[in-house]
Design a protein around this ligand. Structure first.
Ligand SMILES: Nc1ncnc2c1ncn2[C@@H]1O[C@H](COP(=O)(O)OP(=O)(O)OP(=O)(O)O)[C@@H](O)[C@H]1O
Ligand SMILES: [Mg+2]
Length: 315
C-alpha cells in the first residue's frame, strides 16, 4: 500500500461507531450501555484528557440510537447568537421521522463564560425537542450554571487497576489496524509506543501512521525519536538564563511531543537543581495545561521561562 492510500488519518478512518467497539473502562461501559438500553439519551457532559474517546462516544451513542445530530465544534468566537440560531434551526427543522435530535457541543470549554451562561437558557428552552452532549477536557472550565442544567457528568479516566487490561485491548486494536493497512510491526516496539502515549489513543495512532509513512514498518527507529532530545544544550540555556538560545532549542525540538520533552526534564534535570521539588510542581502544572493550551510550543517556552525565573541549577 503506498502512502497515497493513507491520506486519511487512521484515527478518523478507524473511529469506532458503536459503544461496544470503544475501548473503555467498565464503569463507562455501564453508563453508556445504560443509555442504549433505555433507548434514550440524557444530557451529558463528557470530560477527560485528550484521545480517550469522548467525541467518539458522543457520536457512537447518537449513531446507535439513530438520533439526528447537530455537531458544533465550539470555539471562542462562536457567539451565543450564532449558536442559538444554529440550535433553533436544528430543533425546528432537520429531523426525519421520530428520531431524537441531539446537539453535540464538542470541546465546549472553548466557549466564553458568557456564552456558556446563555446556553443554559437555550438548553432549557429546547429541552422538549433536543438532547445535548458536551465534551471537554476539564470540566471545571464549564461554568456551574451550565453544568447544573441537568447535565449528567461523566468523567473519562482509566482507573489504575484497569490500565493493563485497557492497554492490552488497545494493543490488539492497533494490530488490527496495522494489519489492515499492511504495515508490519515489531511486537515489543509496538507495546512501547502504546505505553509511551497511553492512554491517548489518538496520539498513538497518529504517531504510528506518521512513522509508517516514512518507513513502512514499525521498528526501533520510532523509539529513537525519543532518545534524540539533547538535554545538554537546554540545560546550558536554562543555567545561563539565555532566553534566545532556549527558544531556539524549543524550535529545534518541535518534532517531539511536548509531554515527552517535559518528562525528559523530569527524568534528567530535577536532580541537578537546588529546588527539585519546586521544579516537579512547575512541571506537573505545565503538563496538566498541555492538554488544552491552544499552542503547545508557547506552553513549552513558558515552562522554560518559569524555570529560568525560579530555579537555580547546581554548578
Ligand atoms: N476508547 C476508544 N476506543 C477506541 N478508539 C479510541 C478510543 N478513544 C479514542 N480512540 C481513537 O482515537 C481517536 C480520537 O478519539 P476522540 O476524538 O474520541 O478523543 P477525545 O476524547 O474526544 O479527545 P479530545 O479531548 O482531544 O477531543 C478516535 O477516532 C479513535 O480512533
Ligand atoms: Mg474530542
Amino acid at each position: 500500500m503506498n502512502s497515497n492510500d493513507r491520506e486519511f488519518l487512521f484515527s478518523e478512518k478507524y473511529r469506532p461507531h458503536t459503544i461496544a467497539e470503544c475501548i473503555l473502562p467498565e464503569y463507562l461501559v455501564k453508563v453508556f450501555k445504560g443509555q442504549l438500553k433505555k433507548g434514550q439519551l440524557q444530557n451529558l457532559l463528557l470530560s477527560g484528557a485528550s484521545g480517550l474517546g469522548k467525541t467518539t462516544v458522543a457520536l457512537a451513542l447518537c449513531e446507535e440510537l439513530g438520533c439526528t445530530v447537530k455537531f458544533i465544534r465550539a470555539s471562542e468566537d462562536s457567539g451565543i447568537d450564532v449558536i442559538r440560531t444554529d440550535v433553533l434551526n436544528f430543533a425546528a427543522n432537520g429531523s426525519f421521522g421520530a428520531s431524537t435530535k441531539v446537539v453535540i457541543f464538542d470541546e465546549a470549554e472553548r466557549l466564553s463564560g458568557a456564552t456558556q451562561e446563555a446556553l443554559r437558557g437555550t438548553i432549557e428552552a429546547f429541552s422538549a425537542n433536543c438532547r445535548f452532549i458536551f465534551t471537554c477536557n476539564h470540566k471545571n472550565r464549564i461554568i456551574p450554571a451550565l453544568r447544573a442544567s441537568r447535565l449528567v457528568e461523566v468523567d473519562f479516566v482509566i482507573p489504575t487497576e484497569e490500565g493493563p487490561k485497557i492497554a492490552s485491548k488497545f494493543n490488539k486494536r492497533v494490530k488490527e489496524i496495522l494489519d489492515a493497512e499492511s504495515i508490519t510491526y515489531d511486537d515489543k516496539v509496538l507495546a512501547q509506543v502504546i505505553m509511551r502515549y497511553f492512554p491517548d489513543f489518538r496520539k498513538t495512532l497518529n504517531e504510528l501512521q506518521a512513522y509508517a509513512n516514512i518507513s513502512d514498518a514499525i521498528d526501533e527507529g520510532i523509539l529513537g525519536k525519543w532518545s534524540n532530545i539533547d538535554m545538554e544544550d537546554l540545560l546550558e540555556s536554562l543555567k545561563k538564563k539565555n532566553f534566545k538560545s532556549m527558544r531556539k532549542w524549543v524550535v529545534d525540538n518541535l518534532d517531539n511531543d511536548p509531554l515527552i520533552i517535559m518528562r525528559k526534564v523530569y527524568d534528567e534535570l530535577v536532580d541537578v537543581t537546588e529546588q527539585g521539588p519546586e521544579l516537579v510542581v512547575i512541571l506537573a502544572d505545565y503538563m496538566y495545561r498541555q492538554s488544552f493550551v491552544a499552542d503547545g510550543e508557547i506552553n513549552v517556552v513558558a515552562l522554560f521561562t518559569e524555570i529560568m525565573n525560579r530555579i537555580t541549577f547546581k554548578e
